[in-house]
Design a protein around this ligand. Structure first.
Ligand code: TRP
Ligand code: SF4
Length: 328
């Protein structure tokens, strides 16, 4: 039997996960479980870099995120799940890597500049925020990951990780493989207001939303803005509801809708109803799994403890190699 290659990825626990996270990351992860030895972790220290003023909310989201993951189809007997702050070795490796990382590498990081601009309501002129990619590098190379599945915004971070790994290997001893970026498709799904789906825009449909929540959110979705009356022909190409149909509705039906909308044979209210039912149906298995896990929080905690133990074992081994390479 060939040994599976290891991949690793993480998410910051900054709130409940939504359809954008499901299609952008989680479903990719679920698929990768067959092919790879997967390590998935909750990056709570990373959440602290921008939410340090309210750390309590981060810890509230940790178990919720684990439940979101399990509900979406991640499996504890296939993958290893852990919480970053539970594996203290990440802090040690972060410190060591910070000694060898030139500050200009961090200052020129496009994601860093971008975030400072976007989150201008927060004071991000901290050492921790600048060092975000160094901590991320520690997360990744600690497990000698072959690949890191991430969205496009994280590519610069994996690039810095490769540079840091290379520098360590060159200065001391070859301990770390350089991880590859495995680019996951960015989710095409938009929020109910047609902007990027995001918690901060208040336009998201969450995996944990009830059927009623979902229906009241889809009811607020804007359709073809030029279509004032049912008798006016519509244009699905500019309609967000139709984008949802593409994901949640069977092909024959959305082909029919595509046609009927243009000849005013179907009205937006009916069209939306069909989409909403399909969306609710698609999320049903996720909702069922959530109910199961929410009823047994100790089981969820045990899954995390188990994963932590597995991760810690690997991390300890790596740190021994690191200390030996550096003779400390
Ligand atoms: N920075 C990532 C994000 O915001 C989260 C993250 C932290 C991560 N450490 C990681 C992702 C290591 C992949 C690998 O999405
Ligand atoms: Fe959009 Fe459907 Fe209305 Fe056409 S009928 S504009 S696809 S909601």
């Amino acid at each position: 039997m060939t040994v599976k290659k290891r991949i690793l990825s993480g998410m910051r626990p900054t709130g409940p996960l939504h359809l954008g996270n499901l299609h952008g990351a989680l479903l990719n992860w679920v698929e990768m479980q067959e092919q790879y030895d997967c390590f998935f972790f909750i990056a709570d220290w990373h959440a602290l870099t921008s939410n340090y003023e309210d750390p309590g909310s981060i810890s509230d989201y940790v178990r919720g995120m684990m439940i979101d993951w399990l509900s979406a189809g991640l499996l504890p007997d296939k993958s290893t799940f852990f919480v970053q702050s539970h594996i203290k070795e990440h802090a040690e490796l972060f410190l060591i890597l910070s000694m060898i990382t030139p500050v200009p590498w961090l200052e020129r990081n496009p994601t860093y500049k971008d975030q400072i601009m976007q989150l201008s309501n927060k004071d991000l002129s901290t050492f921790g925020f600048l060092g975000y990619p160094v901590l991320q590098a520690a997360d990744i190379i600690m497990y000698k990951a072959y690949g890191v599945p991430v969205g496009i915004d994280q590519v610069p971070h994996v690039e810095i990780t490769r540079e840091i790994a290379r520098r360590f290997n060159y200065l001391y001893k070859k301990v770390f493989p350089e991880p590859k970026t495995i680019l996951t498709d960015t989710s095409k799904i938009l929020g109910i207001d047609r902007r990027k789906m995001s918690k901060s825009y208040n336009n998201a449909i969450y995996l944990s939303d009830s059927k009623d929540d979902i229906a009241s959110k889809t009811a607020r979705m804007v359709t073809d803005p030029k279509r004032a009356r049912k008798n006016d022909p519509g244009n699905p190409d500019v309609c967000n509801v139709f984008e949802f149909h593409k994901i949640y509705t069977d092909k024959e039906i959305y082909d029919t809708i595509n046609n009927d909308c243009r000849i005013a044979k179907i009205g937006c209210v009916e069209c939306k109803k069909i989409m909403t039912q399909n969306l609710i149906k698609r999320l049903e298995p996720i909702r069922e799994k959530r109910e199961h896990y929410e009823a047994v929080p100790e089981l969820v905690d045990d899954i995390i403890i188990d994963g932590n133990n597995k991760a810690r074992k690997v991390a300890r081994q790596t740190m021994e190699e690191v200390r030996a390479a550096m003779k400390i």
